[in-house]
Write a protein that binds this ligand. Structure first.
Ligand code: AMP
Length: 426
């Protein structure tokens, strides 16, 4: 039998690279934890209608990219293609919005599934960290989320992330703009699928990446010129707050993004070192989504940052994240008695908070020392019968090669102290 390989468009996270993914998730989550966002986890699959209604019937995500399945009981489910609809569904279901403390602020970290054409930076199974602030309309809340994302990228050491900003208007001003845009688009030379899109969701045509389409869009009416007074004012406030916080942005009047639910503030973070899949994260305000999925009016705003592409951006910039050493101390027993004693030492070290590992498998002293070196540990603890008879072990500094006996009694404390930079009291 041949061995299996991971399905197309997926990849495994393996050490040592997997440590970078954990560090990226943590770096994105840290500013959220400090800002009143609570952790939420939702199922990997949902009722298919949640996404077809929530994300939008006309989006590629729903029409082409959703992994759907019918259960044995006849229920239509979909692997989640994005996080917002699920998180809002969960908040509504648990009545979090009725607890009287709006906005409900939630963050999540998980894997998402889209049946896309795989290429560098675009996978069928990918990972996002996201944040949603549900039930408040306040430019400061939009600004907060954008600032937290920008701060996360900065904390990671990325300098090439650019922020694109737009407003998509609201129920007041968007219909008139939509009609004007439709009039314009109907006069263009477009393929049938795109013509159909003009009737369902004309704003999405602005997002078409094909050069021949982009060329024709040159004189298209722009939403900025059609925003109502309250949307204009709201957007201006968001822009002022970002500027005051030192977050640079570029106004992009064509930015619409691939989901139907956005209103007003819309943004995308892009990185120029990633080729065609340049979006590292994005989000915006979605004031109408709650009603679309059967909830009360709950104006909300959120974002999702792609973990995979953030890792690619770090690589493109040559940024190495400081990842904690996997092992600080590696124990090498010489003989059976030492095996029992050092196994006990390793357990004690771990309980004292020191990352420790052990030469398993009863291999030769030489092979065990090689394993110690390969582990990346700072110290090897080596002991044979004679050492134990004297109540000591040999502690070898694997950086300098220096080796000296240390009393077995109090060994864990001594090593913990050496690792934290000092020596234990005698
Ligand atoms: P979206 O929900 O499409 O706005 O996606 C938010 C972020 O998730 C994007 O900016 C990407 O960084 C990431 N992302 C979306 N789709 C994929 C994919 N197929 N593969 C890898 N990352 C993705």
């Amino acid at each position: 039998m041949s061995t299996f390989s991971a399905p197309k468009g997926t990849y495994d996270l393996l050490p040592p690279d997997s440590a970078t993914f954990l560090a990226v998730r943590e770096a994105i989550a840290a500013p959220l934890r400090r800002s009143g966002y609570g952790y939420v986890e939702t199922p990997g699959f949902e009722h298919v209608e949640l996404f077809s209604r929530g994300v939008g019937q006309s989006t590629d995500i729903v029409t082409k990219e959703m992994y759907t399945l019918t259960t044995k009981g006849g229920t239509d489910l979909a692997l989640r293609p994005e996080g917002t609809a699920s998180v809002l569904r969960a908040a509504l279901q648990a009545n979090l919005h009725r607890a009287g403390n709006l906005p409900v602020k939630l963050w999540y970290s998980g894997t998402y599934y889209r049946y896309e054409r795989p290429q560098a930076g675009r996978y069928r199974h990918f990972s996002q960290v996201g944040a949603e602030a549900i039930g408040a309309e306040d430019p400061a809340l939009d600004a907060e989320l954008v600032i937290l994302a920008a701060d996360a990228y900065r904390a990671l050491g990325l300098s090439g992330v650019r922020l694109l900003l737009n407003s998509l208007g609201d129920r007041e001003c968007r219909p008139a703009y939509r009609a004007a845009l439709q009039d314009f688009l109907r006069g263009l030379d477009l393929d049938e699928e795109t013509r159909a899109r003009i009737e369902i969701n004309p704003l999405r045509v602005l997002d078409d990446k094909r050069p021949d389409v982009q060329r024709q869009l040159d004189g298209a009416p722009l939403l900025v010129d059609h925003l109502c007074e309250s949307c204009k004012e709201y957007h201006e406030r968001v822009r002022e707050l970002l500027t005051a916080a030192g977050v640079a942005f570029t106004d992009d009047p064509r930015l619409v993004r691939g989901l139907d639910y956005y209103t007003r503030t819309t943004f995308e973070f892009v990185h120029d070192g990633l080729g065609s899949q340049s979006a590292v994260g994005g989000g915006g305000r979605y004031d109408g989504l709650s009603e679309l999925i059967g909830g009360p009016p709950l104006p909300s705003v959120g974002w999702a940052l792609g973990v995979d592409r953030t890792v690619l951006a770090l690589r493109a910039e040559g940024v190495e994240l400081p990842v904690p050493a996997g092992t600080d101390v590696f124990a090498v027993p010489l003989g059976e008695e030492a095996r029992r004693t050092l196994f006990g030492v390793v357990t004690e070290l771990r309980r004292a908070g020191v990352a420790a590992d052990f030469a398993y498998g009863g291999r030769s002293a030489k092979a065990s020392m090689k394993a110690a070196n390969r582990s990346g540990a700072r110290f090897a603890v080596v002991a044979g019968e004679r050492d134990l008879a004297e109540g000591v072990v040999q502690v070898k500094d694997l950086d300098s090669g220096e080796q000296a006996p240390v009393a077995l009694d109090g060994l864990a404390a001594e090593l913990a102290a050496r690792l934290s930079g000092g020596a234990a009291d005698a």
